[in-house]
Design a protein. Structure first.
Length: 40
């Protein structure tokens, strides 16, 4: 929100996309680590 208030829209969008990318990579790594079944 601070980046949007400062007018740095590119930074705000990059932060959202980067955060989501990290979450997806974390779930993929957890899925690879737990081979016995579902991670849920």
């Amino acid at each position: 929100m601070a980046a949007v208030r400062q007018g740095a829209l590119t930074l705000a969008v990059s932060d959202i996309v980067g955060g989501n990318f990290f979450d997806v990579l974390f779930v993929a790594a957890a899925d690879l680590a737990f081979l016995q079944g579902s991670i849920y």
